[in-house]
Design a protein around this ligand. Structure first.
Ligand SMILES: Cc1cc2nc3c(=O)[nH]c(=O)nc-3n(C[C@H](O)[C@H](O)[C@H](O)COP(=O)(O)O)c2cc1C
Length: 65
């Protein structure tokens, strides 16, 4: 879901720290069938993401034969 959203330019942010029972109550879920495992807000970024700083692959990986 997050990858699909990112593919069309929509950002998302997974959140597991929420009040599960209260959310399920608001959504009127039959929790014997469905439960909420994750909240996933979506939105558009205001500013461009900073460039990620990653070390060169060859400088951090050594193949041992
Ligand atoms: C499965 C999962 C659950 C997460 N739950 C929380 C959460 O409950 N609260 C939180 O602050 N960040 C949570 N995060 C991390 C956020 O999605 C996010 O990456 C983090 O807040 C850093 O955001 P920032 O880069 O804008 O600072 C979770 C990440 C994952 C992968």
């Amino acid at each position: 879901m997050m990858s699909a959203a990112a593919f069309i330019g929509v950002d998302s942010c997974p959140i597991e720290g929420f009040e599960k029972e209260n959310v399920e109550k608001v959504l009127d879920l039959d929790t014997s069938k469905f439960q909420v495992a994750l909240m996933l807000p979506f939105g558009y970024r205001l500013n461009d993401q900073p460039k990620q700083l990653r070390s060169d692959f060859a400088s951090v990986v050594e193949f041992i034969k």
